[in-house]
Every structure is written in structure tokens, then in C-alpha cells.
Design a protein around this ligand. Structure first.
Ligand SMILES: [Mg+2]
Ligand SMILES: [Zn+2]
Length: 193
């Protein structure tokens, strides 16, 4: 017998420059920096029923700049510091020249997530700070949000297709996405600094 479970709307989030500050080849816990709004953005997504899945290219592993366990330690620390937890992390350890199926803008990480979760792609988003993040969203046929943190200001110049939304940062993107999903019941609910 089937047990019916509703498909889950999902936000796929890039890690560096989107969820946390961009640090070139982040590998040391002491270099991990959240934005001051990261926790609130994640809380708001959870409150609105989104699955939150990080998809991150980590070629520093393939380049042997750091070891995979260093990345896992950072992901564990991210979970410790967030009030609401992320549902999963997917990473690509390969080099751009490896031609793997998982490095964004390829869909390997999103396909792996879809194998592990019952994801409602029609109501899902990709949020990131680079053109490859937007291309990943386009390739997956999901909605796209570019943030202007990290490499976002550069990316906005190079995109040849417009994302569904461009936001100053992750929290503004999340506010737009959650408003996009739900009718506004209290128009004073969302105020920006
Ligand atoms: Mg990034
Ligand atoms: Zn890969």
C-alpha cells in the first residue's frame, strides 16, 4: 500500500557567498562567518514549510587544498550555529576539468536530493550568488534567486538570462520567496532594515 506523502517544496541554497560569507577555499572553522541574517532566513524558510538543501561546489577537495573531513566539520558547525537545521548538504569535490555530473551547473546534486527526498520541483527554488547557480536552477526547471552578496554583483553583469528574482541578500530573497508562496495575511509581517 502506498502511504501518501505530500511532495515538499524545497529551497536549494548555495553555501559560499549565499548562506555564509565567501572565503576563498574555506576550510578552517575559525574562518566560518555567517551573515547576521542567515539564522533568520533559515528560520523563515522552515516556518513556511520549505525543505532546505545546500548544494555546494567544493573543488578545494579535488585540488587537494583541503580534505573532505574539513568540509564536513564546517557543515557540522553550520548546523550547530543555526536555530533551525538544514535538511541536507550535497557537495561536489571535483575539479571543473573532471567533467563530473555533480558540479554545478550540472544537476547531479539536485538529482541526488530528488532520490532522497520527495521534492516538489514545481514549487522549488535555487538561491545563489553566481551565474552557475542560476544556470543550475534553469537546468533543473526550478525558480531562481540571485543574491548580491559574495560574487552576486559580478554575476548580475554576466547573466544572459534573468533569474526570477534578484535580492540584496539571502534574507531578502527568502522574504520574497515566502511571499511568493503564500498570500500575505499581515502586510506588516516583513520589514526590512
Ligand atoms: Mg557561492
Ligand atoms: Zn562533481
Amino acid at each position: 500500500m502506498n502511504i501518501h506523502r505530500a511532495k515538499q517544496k524545497t529551497v536549494f541554497i548555495d553555501r559560499d557567498g549565499t548562506l555564509i560569507e565567501e572565503v576563498n577555499f574555506l576550510s578552517r572553522l575559525e574562518d566560518l562567518r555567517f551573515f547576521d541574517y542567515t539564522n533568520e532566513a533559515i528560520r523563515l524558510l522552515k516556518e513556511n514549510g520549505f525543505l532546505i538543501i545546500v548544494v555546494t561546489n567544493q573543488s578545494g577537495i579535488g585540488r587537494e587544498i583541503f580534505v573532505e573531513s574539513a568540509m564536513h566539520a564546517i557543515h557540522a558547525q553550520i548546523q550547530i550555529e543555526l536555530t533551525e537545521k538544514l535538511d541536507a548538504f550535497y557537495f561536489c569535490p571535483h575539479l571543473p576539468t573532471d567533467n563530473c555530473a555533480c558540479r554545478k551547473p550540472n544537476l547531479g546534486m539536485i538529482e541526488a536530493a530528488c532520490a532522497n527526498f520527495d521534492i516538489d520541483l514545481d514549487n522549488s527554488w535555487m538561491i545563489g550568488d553566481k551565474a552557475i547557480d542560476m544556470e543550475t536552477g534553469f537546468n533543473a526547471g526550478i525558480k531562481t534567486a540571485l543574491v548580491l552578496t559574495g560574487y552576486g554583483k559580478k554575476a548580475v553583469e554576466t547573466l544572459n538570462r534573468k533569474p526570477d528574482l534578484i535580492a540584496e541578500n539571502l534574507l531578502e530573497a527568502v522574504e520574497s520567496i515566502t511571499n511568493y508562496e503564500l498570500p500575505i495575511t499581515n502586510e506588516n509581517s516583513f520589514t526590512n532594515s
